[in-house]
Design a protein around this ligand. Structure first.
Ligand SMILES: Nc1nc2c(c(=O)[nH]1)N[C@@H](CN(C=O)c1ccc(C(=O)N[C@@H](CCC(=O)O)C(=O)O)cc1)CN2
Length: 306
């Protein structure tokens, strides 16, 4: 099939806009009913890519009618101090969602922090008690970057049942959830990581290749099967030839786009959709809190019927 360069690009913006428009409607209804959504972001230390992510979260939350607050903590904070801050947010009824931006400094055990977030306010489904939901095919609130990546693959129209998928990177926030989400769609999934013996041999077999390792331009054209869909999840900042900081992915887009049938650009691919899904998850979390509230205190309709 002959395709123009542009039609090869799987852009996240249009899908993100649709999601944000729908979140905006839900948020307006919830607010009118007395349950305004509020997302609190926790950042520890300074990471350029995280700053980009948080900046976009703030901007899109404003568009969606979700209030957004960033709590920044110094890199030398202790895990105990962070847990105490999270417990404070759990106890605050005005806070309906909490996201811990990754990475956090090495001395902070991320699992302990994730476990400190109340599962009902966990907008990424990363609490140890929640992440198992995707193993059970309960997919309405999945980790945002993973869900965004899979949603972009679906935009290709490829049949996922039986699709040969290779995921490069096995982080708990991206690579592992992608594998589970795709298994639940019937794909045949291989997960590669830093101990994989021949990455290129695995990657070349993939009808859909997901890459999330944080290594700029790791994937070259000769590692990609002709006609494949390539989902580039890397967000790496580097200094360009003009001396300006820019964002590049884990895929060498210029060469790979000559081989692949679809490729996500960086920026403009998975990133914008990740932010939109975070906001959608924020509403899913809020609706779960409302369901618990109704179950605990009853709803006006029920009270009126008594
Ligand atoms: N708690 C989490 N932390 C992190 C996740 C995650 O899913 N949950 N994934 C990455 C997020 N990330 C990188 O740090 C990231 C995600 C999205 C964007 C983004 O909005 N990119 C846009 C905009 C670019 C721009 O404005 O220049 C895009 O790609 O078009 C940036 C970074 C790690 N942490």
């Amino acid at each position: 099939m002959t395709r123009t360069d542009d039609s090869r690009y799987l852009k996240g913006g249009p899908v993100a806009q649709r999601i944000i428009a729908s979140v905006r409607e839900d948020a307006a209804i919830a607010t009118a009913e007395g349950f305004p959504p509020k997302l609190v972001s926790i950042t520890v230390g300074d990471t350029a890519a995280v700053d980009v992510y948080v900046r976009n979260q703030r901007a899109k939350a404003a568009l969606a009618g979700i209030s957004f607050e960033e709590r920044r903590f110094a890199a030398d904070i202790t895990a105990g101090e962070l847990e105490a801050a999270i417990h404070g947010l759990n106890a605050d009824p005005r806070v309906t969602g909490i996201i811990i931006q990754r990475p956090v400094p090495a001395h902070i055990p991320i699992k302990t922090l994730q476990a400190a977030v109340h599962p009902l306010k966990d907008v990424e489904g990363m609490h140890p008690a929640s992440i198992g939901n995707i193993v059970y095919n309960q997919l309405d609130l999945a980790p945002c970057t993973a869900a965004a990546s899979v949603e972009l693959l679906k935009e290709t129209g490829l049949e996922l049942k039986g699709l040969e998928v290779v995921v490069v990177g096995h982080s708990e926030i991206v690579g592992k959830p992608i594998a589970f989400l795709l298994m639940s769609e019937g794909a045949t999934v291989t997960v590669c990581h830093h101990m994989t013996r021949s990455l290129a041999a695995h990657a070349r077999r993939a009808d859909a290749l997901f890459v999330a390792v944080g290594k700029p331009r790791l994937i070259k054209a000769d590692m990609v099967k002709p006609g494949a869909a390539v989902i580039d999840i890397g967000i790496n900042s580097e200094i360009g030839p003009d001396g300006e900081t820019r964002i590049v992915g884990d895929v060498d887009t210029d060469s790979v786009k000559e081989v692949a049938s679809w490729i996500t650009p960086v920026p403009g691919g998975v990133g914008p959709l990740t932010v939109a899904i975070l906001l959608r998850n924020t509403m899913v979390a809020l609706n779960r809190q409302r369901a618990l509230y109704r179950a605990t205190y009853g709803v006006p309709d029920q009270l009126a019927a008594e």
